[in-house]
Design a protein around this ligand. Structure first.
Ligand SMILES: Cc1ncc(COP(=O)(O)O)c(C=O)c1O
Length: 395
């Protein structure tokens, strides 16, 4: 069944993509060895560097696959398989770093945060002080809890202990401020379907620092497998950037064209404005949720993500029923994914092209849905707080 075009997606990916992006995808003729396509691919490479804050000579890779593939491929190509890796986990996707590293034979230690919180920096320092680590893996925004890690501080710790910092930016890139080269975040990975506002199917990797490039060069002979060997993809990326063509494996032509258009739109909005918009919408949404009497999972505004919010539902209210009722009202929210939040919370995405009208509509519908389910909700209380925050922050 096809969705109603007026449906509002408030999910943490895939997100709504624009008619302009759709139009670009509607072409019948993208051919990966044509000069036109090389130009489009080159613009994706340059645009991606801009949104992650990588230097103009930082190697970047765009390969067909999802965010999980990008995480795995980035790890294999930059971290010696004999290394110990420290996973700093704030939830489901942080844990995924551990699973990926274990599946590939790394010696893994996981430091897990309390639910809705981040791992205290002193416990990271204490663990790294034991020595022997080659890399630290973290998710910038943890989509299961709506918590954001402080990459500036983690990068400075990584540097102090000479470990590579590999950050999963799947739920942050193009929505949260990020200057990977200046901050010293060595490697950043992401995927097309979140704040990059493109359909799912592209994994993106940036080697943002000299250290990352050196690790990549040292490691290239050790990568087992074929598709995952980024040194082979590097030649293709370099050719496309020069406007020339090369082949390793067929690129996802239509997705590349779509991402090129989306990156143009993102840069036309301006990154600073875009980050500010995401911040304002996130704060307005959370103000509304709190004023409704709900508890946000992220323990403080300081660590709360600008792209996704996990929120506890009132006692006895089922997430599946809330999602169903919201869907009937044409707004899609997401189910919990963190094991400890199942049965008691929902997640609301607010990234990409989400705007103030979407946030107002979501709070308004959620108030009615919860009241109808018997929760103690005063209609308009959440909405008022959302309005006030939008008034202060946006208009
Ligand atoms: C923070 C984070 N990392 C990794 C992933 C995995 O990405 P994918 O589902 O594209 O493989 C997701 C997916 O939602 C995510 O939110």
């Amino acid at each position: 069944m096809y969705p109603d075009e007026r449906r509002i997606l408030m999910t943490p990916g895939p997100v709504v993509f624009s008619i302009d992006v759709l139009r670009v995808m509607a072409s019948t003729v993208y051919e990966h060895t044509s000069p036109d396509f090389a130009v489009l691919h080159g613009s994706v490479i340059r645009g991606f560097r801009v949104v992650v804050g990588a230097r103009s000579n930082s190697p970047v890779f765009v390969i067909p696959g999802s965010g999980t593939l990008a995480m795995e491929v980035a790890l294999l190509n930059t971290v010696d398989p004999r290394s110990r890796v420290l996973v700093v986990s704030h939830g489901f996707f942080g844990d995924r770093w551990g699973e990926i590293a274990r599946a590939n034979g790394y010696d893994v230690t996981v430091l897990s945060s309390e639910l809705g919180d981040v791992v205290p920096l002193d416990s990271i320092v204490e663990e790294l002080s034991r020595g022997g680590y080659g890399a630290m893996l973290v998710s910038h925004v943890e989509t299961s809890t709506g918590v954001r890690a402080d990459l500036v501080k983690l990068a400075s710790i990584a540097r102090r202990f000479d470990v590579l910092l590999v950050a999963d930016g799947v739920s942050s890139v193009a929505a949260e401020p990020l200057s990977c080269s200046d901050w010293g975040v060595d490697v950043v990975v992401t995927a097309s379907q979140k704040a990059l506002e493109t359909p799912p199917g592209l994994g993106l990797i940036a080697l943002c620092t000299e250290r990352a490039v050196q690790a990549f060069n040292e490691n290239s002979g050790r990568v087992r497998g074929y598709y995952a060997r980024l040194s082979s993809w590097a030649k293709v990326m370099e050719a496309y950037e020069r406007g020339e063509v090369a082949y390793y494996a067929t690129p996802a032509t239509h997705l590349i064209a779509a991402l090129a258009r989306s990156l143009e739109k993102i840069q036309a909005e301006g990154l600073e404005r875009r980050f500010k918009r995401h911040r304002a919408l996130a704060r307005a949404l959370r103000a509304g949720l709190r004023a409704m009497g709900l508890e946000v999972v992220a323990r403080s505004e300081e660590i709360a993500a600008n792209t996704v919010t996990a929120v506890y539902l009132p006692e006895g209210v089922s997430p599946a029923e809330v999602r169903k009722a919201m869907m009937e009202g044409n707004i899609v929210v997401a189910m919990p994914i963190h094991p400890a939040l199942r049965g008691k919370s929902i997640r609301i995405g607010h990234m990409g092209s989400v705007n103030h009208n979407d946030v107002i509509a979501t709070i308004a519908l959620l108030e009615r849905v919860l009241k109808r389910m018997g929760a103690n909700i005063k209609l308009g209380a959440g909405l008022q707080a959302t309005q006030e925050t939008l008034y202060e922050e946006l208009l």
